[in-house]
Design a protein around this ligand. Structure first.
Ligand code: CDP
Length: 247
């Protein structure tokens, strides 16, 4: 039996993806990111100073906070529980680790970039939307901060994007929505850079196990998805050439 995608997509097709920059006013980077029905507001702010372990090194830092809104899911979830959940902690650490891969911390100097990912609507893939949109918000923030003279040079050193991929009926499918996420026996989140270098792979068999052949197949799909995301990100960043090293 072959899995029929609820929205009629091809197995290797991502959902409609969009980045709405300048979504809110006060953070230098603010991007409403949509992967189909998943909607995440990614904002980026900067502050002077770094955590204690970096003080005096001349290097900056990037950290992230992730939260779902109480009404982002079918059943309302209490704010306090969302804040404390292990899932929240795990996801915000993943976002921070991933986006640190795009920053030259010496160029940033002793400043901290904070990426806030707030999920307005969750239809699976919220962490991959947060990372992918978080990168666009970072670029928008750097652009603004350069214009304002807060930064002297761009600390962006590369590009980072993320996508989910899973096995349904033993076959790989890209960018799962919630119905698919629940039905998948294997669930992957893959983070890569502009060269398709791997930054992080999270891959769990919810049922049974997966083979090396299936793993390779899943990663091939993830690469295809990320190649598309890298293009979409570039299209959403108007002054790309001023922000990133030429590659
Ligand atoms: O969102 P992401 O795929 O990165 O993370 P997940 O933990 O695998 O969750 C998959 C999806 O399950 C979420 O995007 C939500 O649609 C749903 N979910 C939920 O409804 N309630 C939760 N407490 C956690 C997840």
């Amino acid at each position: 039996m072959v899995w029929q995608r609820p929205d009629g997509r091809q197995p290797y097709q991502v959902r409609p993806i969009s980045f709405h920059g300048g979504f809110t006013r006060f953070a230098p980077g603010s991007v409403l990111t949509k992967f189909g029905d998943t909607q995440v507001l990614c904002t980026v702010s900067v502050s002077e100073g770094v955590p204690k372990f970096l003080a005096g090194t001349g290097k900056g830092w990037l950290t992230s906070e992730y939260r779902m809104l109480p009404s982002a899911t079918q059943e309302r979830q209490a704010r306090e529980l969302l804040k404390l959940s292990g899932r929240t902690q795990e996801i915000q650490r993943l976002i921070g680790r991933s986006l640190r891969g795009a920053i030259d911390f010496e160029a940033l100097g002793e400043r901290t970039l904070t990426v806030d990912a707030d999920v307005l609507q969750a239809d699976a893939g919220t962490r991959t939307a947060a990372i992918t949109g978080g990168f666009v918000a970072l670029a928008h923030a750097v652009s603004q901060l350069l214009q304002q003279g807060v930064l002297e040079r761009s600390p962006l050193s590369g590009q980072v994007a993320a996508i989910s991929v899973g096995l349904l009926q033993g076959e790989p499918y890209l960018d799962l929505n919630y119905i698919e996420d629940v039905a998948a026996t294997v669930d992957f989140n893959v983070v890569m850079n502009q060269d398709l270098g791997i930054i992080e792979i999270q891959g769990t068999a919810e049922e049974g196990s997966y083979s090396r052949t299936q793993l390779n197949h899943l990663l091939d799909f993830a690469e295809k998805g990320i190649q598309q995301l890298l293009i979409f990100q570039k299209e959403a960043i108007s002054d790309w050439d001023q922000l990133l090293p030429v590659n």
